[in-house]
Design a binder for this molecule. Structure first.
Ligand code: ZN
Length: 179
């Protein structure tokens, strides 16, 4: 298994729309396992392929404390949604930022499992929110898109500054090694 690199906002890769998985094969299963490992490594509860710069409709989720209840969703789609509620969210692609967005409370959804079998199910609570958040990723959408433009601008500036600082620190470290 491999740990993959997670893209950070505003990386343009996060805006790409993922395409359907035609056949669920071994390469798909390997990607799913790598994504799961990457998610665990970063202490996330959900990860979409778009976040590791792969444009295939594949999502991994694990809401358990012990990281032993992995859910793999291939070609997931929401069939019906009901109610709306506030959801406090963060994202591995928007580090250290949390905000409240509105999500449907209950959903029914369809997906394929790692064997390619089509399954229909329903979800509420955290699982419902998580599935909505991850399907958004597959469509090139981020949870911060639901925030006001002003809030988003401020966040973007902050993250760009952060990234610049990290780059500079890295450079300084590299130089230190040369000396
Ligand atoms: Zn996310």
């Amino acid at each position: 298994m491999a740990i993959l690199e997670v893209l950070h906002y505003p990386d343009p890769g996060l805006r790409k729309k993922a395409v359907s998985v035609e056949t669920v094969d071994e390469s798909c299963r390997i990607l799913a396992k790598d994504m799961l490992q990457t998610m665990y490594e970063n202490n996330g509860i959900g990860l979409a392929s778009t976040q590791v710069n792969v444009q295939k409709r594949l999502v991994v989720i694990d809401l358990s404390e012990d990281k032993n209840e992995a859910i793999y969703l291939i070609n997931p789609e929401i069939l019906t949604s009901e109610g709306t509620g506030e959801s406090q969210e963060g994202c591995l692609s928007v580090p250290e930022y949390y905000d409240t967005v509105m999500r449907a409370e209950r959903i029914t959804y369809r997906y394929q499992d790692l064997e390619g079998k089509v399954i229909e199910s329903e979800a509420d609570g955290l699982l419902s929110v998580c599935i909505q958040h991850e399907i958004d990723h597959l469509d090139g959408k981020l949870f911060i898109d639901y925030l006001s433009p002003m809030k988003r601008r401020r966040l973007r500036k902050k993250l760009e500054k952060q990234e610049k600082q990290e780059k500079q620190e890295k450079q300084e470290k590299n130089q230190a090694k040369i000396l």
